[in-house]
Design a protein around this ligand. Sequence first.
Ligand code: FAD
Length: 538
Amino acid sequence: MPKQRLVVIGNGMAGGKFVEELLARNGGELFDIVVFGEEPYGNYNRILLSSVVAGSRELKDIFLNSVEWYHERGVRLHSGVRVEAIDRSRQVVIAGNGVEEHYDRLVFATGSKPFVPPIEGLGLDGVFVFRTIDDSLRIMDYTKHARKAVVLGGGLLGLEAASGLLNRGLEVHVVELMPHPMAVQLDAPAGRVLQSTLEGMGIRFHLGKSIVKAVGNAAIEAVTLNDGTMESCDMLVISAGIRPNVEIARQAGLTVERAIVVGDDLVCVDDPSICAIGECAQHRGQTYGLVAPGSEQAGVLADRLSEANPQALYKGSHTSTMLKVMGVDLVVLGRKDAADDKDAVLMYTDAQRGIYKKIILRESRLAGAILLGDVATAPRLLRAFRKQEAIRETPAELLFPHKSTEQSDIDAAPEVFEENLKEVVAVIRPERWLRTREKVESLGIFAYSQHRVVGRGRQRGLHFLARRGARSGQGFRYLPKRMASWIVPESQVDKLVEAIIEANRTGQIGDGKIFVLPVSESMKVGEEPSRQLEVTCV
Ligand SMILES: Cc1cc2nc3c(=O)[nH]c(=O)nc-3n(C[C@H](O)[C@H](O)[C@H](O)COP(=O)(O)OP(=O)(O)OC[C@H]3O[C@@H](n4cnc5c(N)ncnc54)[C@H](O)[C@@H]3O)c2cc1C
């Protein structure tokens, strides 16, 4: 039987996953597969862009399938080519470079684009959105010359962008219309705990506000907020939500509401040869802005088209979200609030320690959960949520981990601690922290405590002088630092210190200091209010 032609528009997370799943089911024997991807790369893990911007991951580490990968599997990839239109009467896809491809089956996986609110002056240099590799490269490049950034949007992406910029040594302000960050996923108390945790790290919030104007000559110099106040800045990152890429589908006469409308078979309601998956698809009235639903849809569509399971249906997804900000543990599942009084709600707050937990149960099944600051029960809750298992644990067991999972490394290896203990403390540049932690963990040393401190410096790239009474003269500015401490047996001190130095490349640790102390002695650190790093060593 001659092969049919299958064309996929969009080589992002859903499109890429679909091709993988289809090939895994021998779909290559049924179809000649053609993929168009507007981005000039193979397929990559978009969610890791946050870690790339934060400096904790290299760009090369986020690629999933290279251009060669497609070639080797007989898939024709038009990389860096945008599809401009489809002609449904001829069953042809028309690309920007003049290429036309016939299709028997067509899959839309065009994802979304960032939503940019109408703000005056956005044509200035230093204004960015955050969606693609190219956006991330532009942002990272610009931070080399910037000192202060404003992020518009305090949602998940905005906070990840803010944290990344902070790690790159910038002063960061987040402007958010809602009264607390991550308002879509978090209730007000959780939002306040998160806000105070992030403020403790150095992010400044302007809540209940929006930006009306970007001000500057060639490059941005400030933003004007809707209350008339101005905030100076060298760069603005807009992260104010997303809009599905549906123009081509709409122009082709497909039914589009918020996104391309599909049934449980993921087929467009008005054309049996066209399907849609990922963020550009609207299923049972719902669109998703997360990876997992797109992956589930990719699996179902691959089952159907490869005929591995032609009856497979997609029934919707139970979504969960994780904030990828260093030093903040946050997992959110399902709903943030009770729907009615049939829902049972369990809550625990320890704002001092940045902990907030809320669990919503409906007929013994998990309908939602917020775990902030302590996510020890997250794996169990995630499994129960995804499978919609009946919950048998008591409320206390749900809110607090079982003893065995709670045990620290110290409990687990008491014999190690018959030696004298030492505390090793280092002040580390934020962008070096993850590398340092990984290096130390490779020695089998896992337990640490860390918090952010603020130091003074002349300029980024030079080691700053941290000393009591340093003056904020011209050229000095406040730099975020991370102070980490490990408590280890004396015999491990040398290799731990070596690992810290190695991970920090220059041999200088933040302000160039590592302290090895008997555990009874302490360091006192002036935090943000004093705007000064004070180190008192006995
Ligand atoms: C920085 C960042 C962090 C994120 N973190 C998380 C997270 O922690 N968890 C989570 O679940 N989700 C996260 N997301 C969201 C997640 O990345 C998306 O939900 C996911 O990528 C959607 O997959 P998709 O294939 O539908 O869209 P995309 O991955 O955007 O892929 C669509 C692709 O189609 C291409 N395209 C569009 N139109 C055309 C055309 N006309 N012709 C050719 N190609 C076209 C686009 O260029 C793009 O490459 C994050 C997103 C970002 C940007």
